[in-house]
Design a binder for this molecule. Structure first.
Ligand code: 26Q
Length: 807
């Protein structure tokens, strides 16, 4: 219920913003102006909370975690903040007075798409939980002018458009011109001794300013806000006066542009690294500004740099910010005059690292010449870190070259960022039980032998207040009615819902909620894309980045089989079902774009055949993003998590589906393993090879044609690919699936196909029994508490960061 007092204050505040910034009264304001004015009033509240937070921090002197990440996929802020502040109804009633619908204002906000996918969204979920749980935290990233590209499908093909998010997103950013820092690039260094210290002099280097913008993140039910500080690059001298006075305006602005390009755009790739100079500059820019910021704060609060490890936990989220290790060494030695050993001791007690991938092509390395050229002092420090490490390792394992080489931070003229991260960190974790196990046996085997105590697991989690409470109000209301509201702050309370697993009334209510959510999603899809889907059909969903290892193609093979069956016999007994895909491909990843094209052509083909469409439909969501996910998760029934076992580090979409009652159809990969463990075999559909079977098959040699030759069904599917859809042949993809050498399908779709379709038939049978399927759905919701980001954060806080909560 809206309180009268609060409503009046809110009204006053909004009107004041409208008048001050836009010179209008509510009746004359555009929706955009209203959205901005409303957002500004919310930012004011967050700033006030932040002031209180700072005061408490001062009083309690607690340790703080600094989360360094190249990506934070925050999505929208207005709705989340209103929910977290408990002010939704108050704002709704104020806006009603202006005849404006709050939901429409939500839609005015662009998504802050400052991330590619899982890694970036995880960082955002963690900021939510840190605030909600009262842990002192700060995130650091870049203020990309353009986030992840907007995807447009043109005749089936993905095209990329710039994501211009700032005009609507900037209201959430508070500029902090009082905290500007400087970052150096390039040039060359010379060194000398002065009063017993090594002094490094820089020559011909370029200095770039790092201007911070703070995005405040509230936590549901707490008075704490976490700050996400985003750095923008800008030139120290706005322009070159000499060129300007000579009339050469382009030249006058050149420096400016060179500097600003660093934070212009997010790299749209999450699967392979290309060693681009600009990416290296981005990484160092983030790291240098953030570490300077952390040290300045620490010295201001505690005066003594030696207490850094007790007061600051620095987290390297994947290797992208790993240069914080040499950067911290640089500042401790060059600016604060510590000796090497003391500096290294501080670094290694402060820094921890999370690995998010085992795929070779995604493990970052930087060419030594490039590092030397762009960051001469940093490169020199890395060499020295490695020299000392190699000396120690040689003493331990004299003559064991192979093992020593595996541990080395440098190989083939490249610095291996993962090795640097492990060596410098006190703790290293993977993101699911299976993944944490795999890294110990594979990429970090030698490190694990050397320092087994370093390695641990923290399974990922999702912000359940965003992904359940805020995204699925119908289900939230049912939960409140049945088990009370405790789950809001303690997700493990969801377990209480399990007592209703045989309660027909509740199961029917669940089914009705799902149906209504499907209607909402279908309407949204129609409004955005003009695509019609039928909410009475089963919604079977695969949304995630497009990558061969995630095997969207395997799903497509199954769909083609159903298509073939229906072409042969339109009366075949097939449950009416809609396959929903959402996926962005890295712009240079041709194969992934072909798969997107294939899905779109199948959708087009089916739309031309009403007799097929009645039972089998395919929809491709254009520009899948956080806001779309918030609407889709509550509407999904089957969650496709079908990566080749051993390849998906965790997955987090799987958790968002689960908590909204979708049932997982997946392989024993990533966090699926733990989901299976939580819900039990009866409440999940598992298929495919285990990691061990995958390794064995790969070692024996994967012979794709074997499967083709031995299955009539597969032959028909592949032949259909060649024949094509809606008049377009997909020969390339057929070749990809069938070739055993060269461009072979390393992810062995054909090997898992037969079992995939078998389990599909089991799933279909269960689905036909409405109560049985709803029961599975209920169990999934009840067991999802384990996958709340709150649980992940408690794990990190206890086992890795050693944090205490603010009182
Ligand atoms: C690296 C260098 C140059 C350019 C880009 C990149 C880059 C950018 C993003 C490399 C990787 C990423 C993102 C990786 C990612 O999202 N990984 C996912 O992380 C999730 C959270 O832990 C897991 O759930 C997923 O399994 C994992 O794939």
């Amino acid at each position: 219920m809206a309180s009268k007092n609060s409503v009046n204050i809110i009204k006053q505040n909004i009107e004041e913003k409208l008048s001050r910034y836009f010179g209008v009264v509510p009746a004359d304001a555009t929706q955009d102006q209203l959205y901005k004015a409303v957002s500004m009033t919310v930012v004011d509240m967050l700033l006030e909370q932040k002031r209180q937070f700072n005061a408490k921090m001062k009083e309690q002197n607690l340790k703080r975690v600094y989360y360094l990440c190249m990506e934070f996929l925050v999505g929208r802020s207005l709705k989340t903040n209103l929910y977290n502040l408990g002010l939704v109804e108050d704002y709704r009633s104020v806006l009603n007075e202006y005849n404006v619908d709050l939901n429409e204002l939500y839609e005015m906000e662009p998504d802050a798409g400052l991330g590619n996918g899982g890694l970036g969204r995880l960082a955002a979920c963690f900021m939510d939980s840190l605030a909600a749980l009262n842990y002192p935290a700060m995130g650091f990233s870049l203020r990309y002018e353009y986030g992840l590209f907007k995807q447009k499908i043109v005749d089936g093909w993905q095209t990329e458009m710039p994501d211009v998010w700032l005009p609507g997103g900037e209201v959430w950013l508070t500029p902090r011109s009082d905290r500007v820092l400087k970052v150096r690039f390039g040039g060359w260094i010379s060194q000398r001794e002065e009063n017993g210290h090594l002094v490094t002099d820089y020559h011909d280097d370029t200095v770039i300013e790092a201007m911070p913008y703070d995005l405040l993140i509230s936590g549901g039910g707490s008075k704490i806000v976490s700050t996400l500080r985003l750095w923008k690059a800008r030139s120290v001298n706005t322009f070159d006066m000499k060129s300007f006075s000579q009339g050469d305006y382009t030249k006058a602005m050149e420096k400016n542009n060179d500097a600003e390009v660093i934070t212009k755009v997010l790299y749209p790739s999450d699967d392979h690294t290309q060693g681009k100079t600009l990416r290296l500059k981005q990484q160092y820019f983030l790291v240098s500004a953030s570490i300077q910021n952390i040290i300045n704060d620490h010295l201001k609060r505690f005066k003594d740099i030696r207490t850094l490890p007790e007061k600051a936990a620095i987290h390297i989220n994947d290797t992208h910010p790993a240069l914080c290790v040499p950067e911290l060494m640089r500042i401790l030695m060059d600016d604060l005059y510590l000796g090497w050993d003391e500096a290294w001791d501080i670094v290694t007690r402060t820094v921890a690292y999370t690995n998010h991938t085992v795929m070779a092509e995604a493990l970052e390395t930087w060419n030594e010449d490039l590092l030397h050229r762009i960051l001469p002092r940093i490169y020199q420090i890395i060499l020295e870190i490695n020299r000392r490490f190699m000396a120690d390792v040689w003493n331990l394992y004299p003559g064991q070259w192979e093992r020593i080489n595996k541990l080395s931070l440098i190989g083939d003229n490249h610095v291996r960022m993962a090795n640097l991260s492990v060596h410098a960190s006190h703790t290293v974790n993977g993101v699911s039980a299976l993944h944490s196990d795999i890294i110990k046996r594979s990429i970090f085997k030698e490190f694990h032998t050397l320092t087994p105590e370093k390695f641990t697991n923290v399974t990922n989690g999702i912000a359940h207040r965003r992904w359940l409470h805020q995204s699925n109000p119908r289900l939230s209301a049912l939960l409140d009615e049945t088990i009370g509201h405790g789950w809001y702050s303690d997700a493990s309370d969801l377990k209480k819902f399990r007592v209703y697993e045989n309660d027909e009334k509740v199961l029917n209510e669940l089914a009705e909620i799902k149906y209504q959510n499907k209607v909402d999603f279908a309407n949204r899809l129609y409004k955005k894309q003009g695509v019609l889907i039928d909410p009475k059909t089963r919604f079977d969903v695969q949304v995630k980045r497009l990558h061969a290892y995630k095997r969207q193609l395997l799903n497509v093979l199954k769909i083609i089989n159903l298509y073939n069956i229906l072409v042969e016999n339109p009366n075949a007994d097939i449950t009416p079902q809609t396959y929903i895909f959402g996926a962005k491909a890295a712009p240079g990843y041709y194969h992934a774009k072909e798969v997107i094209e294939l899905i779109n052509y199948i959708a087009k083909d089916i739309s031309m055949h009403p007799e097929i469409k009645a039972k089998l439909n395919v929809a491709f969501i254009e520009d899948y993003c956080v806001s779309t996910a918030e609407c889709l998760m509550p509407a999904s029934e089957i969650s496709e998590q079908i990566s080749l076992a051993g390849k998906e580090a965790s997955g987090t979409g799987n958790m968002k589906f689960m908590i909204n009652g979708a049932v997982t159809f997946g392989t024993m990969d990533g966090a699926n393993v733990e989901i299976c463990d939580s819900v039990g075999n009866d409440n999940i559909f598992i298929f495919g090879m285990s990691t061990k079977e995958v390794d064995d098959l790969w070692a024996r040699g994967y012979n794709s044609t074997y499967y083709y030759n031995n299955s009539m069904e597969l032959r028909k599917i592949i032949d259909r690919l060649k024949k094509g859809f809606a008049g377009k042949s997909f020969e390339n993809i057929a070749t990809y699936l069938l070739t055993s050498g060269g461009i072979a399908d390393q992810y062995m779709c054909l090997a898992d196909y037969e079992n995939y379709f078998e389990v599909y038939k089991q799933m279909d049978k269960v689905y036909k029994n409405k109560l049985q399927f709803q029961k599975m759905s209920l169990v999934n919701i009840s067991e999802a508490g384990r996958f709340a980001a709150d649980r992940s954060i408690e794990d990190y806080a206890r086992d890795i960061w050693h944090l205490k909560k603010l009182k």
